[in-house]
Ligand binder design. Structure first.
Ligand SMILES: [Mg+2]
Length: 165
């Protein structure tokens, strides 16, 4: 069976973080579309399928909040996780009220990132395939170790299975 990856749109003006974290996510369950500006993120989402967007809050040009709004307007099903630096938690909370799935404070490590991305992808799979919470818990029960990576793999199988049937 062809291995499908989770399409992640990663937007951050800190290019070093974008590149290094992007590579690490790419080595796992994700196909990473990495861009350094909100404007580019909106363009990219028009031409490539995106399951989850991971968006830095503070960027020159379109900031994270504006990027979130633009993406959600064109792709209401897309789940968005906001990355925020020290001191901008209030704005990040506002973003969750404006449709972001959740936010994560930087600096963050890979495991923390996988944890929030797992939750966002779970919601994405549930809404795309119309799976309710209880049913999803049942579907995830078969996962042996419950690490974010294993859950992500299982979610991907559920998503593929539902699309193929
Ligand atoms: Mg920034």
């Amino acid at each position: 069976m062809k291995k499908k990856k989770i399409n992640l749109l990663f937007v951050d003006d800190e290019e070093q973080f974008l590149t290094s974290m992007g590579k690490r996510l790419e080595a796992r369950e994700f196909h990473v579309l990495a861009v350094n500006r909100g404007e580019k993120a909106v363009e990219t989402a028009r031409t490539s399928p995106v399951d989850i967007a991971l968006i830095d809050l503070k960027m020159p040009g379109m900031n994270g909040e504006q990027t979130l709004k633009a993406l959600k307007q064109e792709h209401p099903w897309m789940e968005v996780v906001i990355l925020t630096g020290h001191g901008s938690i209030d704005s990040a909370v506002e973003c969750t009220q404006g449709g972001a799935h959740s936010y994560l404070q930087k600096p963050c490590d890979l495991e923390q990132l996988l944890e929030v991305l797992k939750e966002a992808y779970k919601k994405r799979v549930m809404s795309r395939n119309q799976i309710e919470g209880g049913r999803m818990d049942e579907l995830l029960q078969s996962v042996k170790f419950k690490s974010p990576r294993e859950i992500l793999q299982r979610l991907k199988e559920i998503d593929e299975g539902a699309n193929n049937s």
